[in-house]
Design a protein around this ligand. Structure first.
Ligand code: FAD
Ligand code: N01
Length: 530
């Protein structure tokens, strides 16, 4: 039976944009459905002050078109949100993608029709509801696209303004002469705090758990510097493919415990000065071995004591958890804002009592505020998919299937949900990698798979349950060899009350890509076609 489109892509972030480009090349008819009023995904929604990437822009950018990477000029080592959004718009214009995109439209349901073997997509655009049919449904809905709204009693009675970093207004907010409260100290919270410390009359940072923050050493690009990078692009992209997190860096095959303390600290200092997430690559075993990890945690705690003048504040800012177990934060200025007169740190490890009309109450003390910024993160990886009613074969809802945590094969497909793909889905490197690189890998894999199907006149693809079970065991055994299970991170889902506890991403870009490519090469072993 003819469908309205060959494929519907949900989401117009970097994943949806590139997927559309590739499917057009295959000659498919495609419609992209996007909730927001424009492209950009993460970079459309997260407009909070100080928002920028933490993987260098020369790497956090598409690699599929050399023309694109040669013509675009990043102005800084880590581009701001607005520059990354301009880049997304530039790509969309250059590749003329907009004509196949529908904005301001939310996909509410996707239901598989077992008789016609197609997907029915239910879409709401304001008051208007429409249905589309398609053979392939591709979820490009993002891993970090549903804000985690904290459950704090009294929030609705607060008389001032409340903002969530992940749903920031697109008009500028003037915080001058304001007392601002920032709740949350992950990457969003620390970036917001650094930006607001410089403008707000007073800033109070409410911290439940301290995070490790390494310097970014951000700088503007000189044109000669950028020209050198562009000339090196093939080597940079190739090196990234060999690195655990998909970020090009020198690969160190040395344990932190193999060298003297002096040598260890020299190496840490070198990376500290250089700045960036590659700090954790100083030795090969920092996220694998607890004793090695302690050496780097001690180094950073010593830095905090040196930078922060008040010893009590320094102590409160010092994490006791495994270094790198939660995603590292990156900022050269975060710790030093606590030396300012207008900045205070409040410990909420025992909870926030309540939010009153005037501010936050913690341990019986009220902290007055004119605005509250919720930097409380995301219902990551599964939250966005679970908010769509996705119904597969025999009327089974994906949300029910994922009652005890997400399952699937390669993070790309789920048994019982034929022809439905998830870009950067649970069980793939996704958030443990340079996400743009992982997006490109998944989009290429899906495109090649659809070409394989079309060449053989296959209509339907679905993974086997046995392949899924084996994949789950494989991912679990890789995670068990790391220290990732030793803290309460959002990778495990524990940041959202009631969410099942399961480690969701796959650590290790090179091994993941090698597995997926070999599965494809072997006629997509683990998948059934019909
Ligand atoms: P998204 O950009 O999240 O796009 C998904 C889109 O789907 C959204 O526009 C959303 O509105 C839409 N959507 C969702 N559900 C529906 C629905 N039901 N109907 C219609 N539309 C829907 N990663 C890195 O590798 N490096 C970084 O430096 C980095 N920095 C980050 C900074 C911030 C502030 C955040 C929040 C994340 C950052 N990330 C970073 C992760 C980032 O999410 C990814 O790099 C990447 O942008 C994800 O692209 P995506 O297209 O997969 O998803
Ligand atoms: O979210 P988070 P995020 N009461 O979950 C606290 C990417 N990103 O938006 O640690 C009080 O990390 C919570 O406390 P705790 C990046 O992948 C990248 O900051 O759970 N506090 C924590 O401190 C990142 O990892 C950039 O105890 C509450 C904070 O809120 C991911 O997005 C920038 C609370 C949430 O931190 C998520 O980062 C931004 C409650 N009820 C984001 N609920 C770059 O720089 C939560 N918290 C590239």
């Amino acid at each position: 039976m003819k469908t309205d489109f060959d494929a519907v892509i949900v989401g117009a972030g970097f994943a949806g944009m590139y997927m559309l480009y590739r499917l057009r090349k295959l000659g498919l008819t495609v419609r992209v459905i996007e909730k927001a009023d424009d492209v950009g995904g993460t970079w459309y929604w997260n407009r909070y002050p100080g928002a920028r990437c933490d993987i260098e822009s020369i790497q956090y950018s598409y690699s599929f078109s050399d023309e694109l990477q040669q013509e675009w000029n990043w102005s800084e080592r880590y581009a701001t949100q607005s520059e990354i959004l301009s880049y997304a718009n530039h790509v969309v214009e250059k590749l003329s993608l907009r004509s196949d995109m529908q904005f301001g439209s939310t996909v509410e349901t996707t239901v598989f029709d077992e008789t016609a073997y197609h997907w029915n997509i239910g879409i709401r655009s304001g008051e208007i509801r429409e249905f589309l049919t398609c053979r392939f449904c591709i979820m490009a809905t993002g891993c970090l696209s549903t804000p985690n709204e904290p459950v704090v009693p009294g929030l609705e009675q607060f008389a001032g303004s409340v903002y969530h970093t992940a749903d920031w207004p697109d008009t500028s907010v003037d915080f001058r002469n304001q007392r601002v409260a920032v709740l949350g100290t992950g990457s969003s919270g620390i970036q917001t705090a650094v930006a607001l410390a410089a403008v707000a009359e007073h800033l109070t940072v409410f911290q439940r758990t301290p995070n490790y923050v390494v310097p970014d050493a951000n700088h503007a690009f000189e044109s000669e510097q950028l020209a050198r990078v562009k000339a090196d692009y093939p080597a940079i992209r190739a090196q990234a493919k060999l690195c655990r997190n998909g970020v090009a860096q020198e690969i160190v095959a040395l344990s932190a415990l193999e060298v003297s303390q002096t040598e260890r600290n020299r190496r840490y200092q070198e990376r500290w000065d250089k700045g960036g997430l590659t700090f954790i690559g100083a030795f090969s075993d920092l996220i694998l071995d607890a004793a090695a990890n302690k050496t780097v945690a001690d180094f950073v705690r010593e830095k905090i004591r040196t930078i922060v003048q008040d010893p009590a504040t320094a102590k409160l800012l010092s994490p006791t958890s495994t270094f790198g177990c939660k995603r590292l934060c990156v900022s050269s200025s975060y710790y030093s804002i606590f030396n300012r007169e207008n900045v205070a740190l409040v410990d909420t490890s025992a909870g926030v009592d309540e939010i009153s009309e005037r501010g936050l109450i913690v341990a019986g003390q009220e902290y007055p505020a004119d605005s509250i910024v919720l930097a409380t993160g995301f219902d990551a990886m599964t939250g966005t998919l679970n908010r769509i009613r996705i119904v597969g074969k025999q009327g089974e809802a994906l949300k029910n299937r994922w009652n005890e945590g997400p399952t699937g094969y390669l993070g790309l497909m789920i048994s019982g949900f034929p022809n439905l793909f998830t870009i950067t889905g649970p069980g793939s490197p996704s958030v443990l990698s340079n996400v743009l690189m992982s997006i490109e890998y998944h989009v290429n894999w899906i495109s090649d798979c659809l070409k394989f199907m079309s060449d053989r006149k296959f209509q339907v693809i679905e993974p086997r349950t046995q392949a899924e079970d084996e994949w789950a065991d494989e991912v679990a055994s890789i995670v068990d060899n790391t220290l990732y299970r030793t803290c309460n991170s959002w990778y495990l889902g524990v940041n959202v009350p009631g969410k099942p506890k399961k480690f969701m991403p796959y650590p290790g870009v090179p091994s993941y890509e090698s597995r997926c490519s070999s599965i494809a090469k072997n006629n997509y072993v683990g998948f059934d076609f019909s």
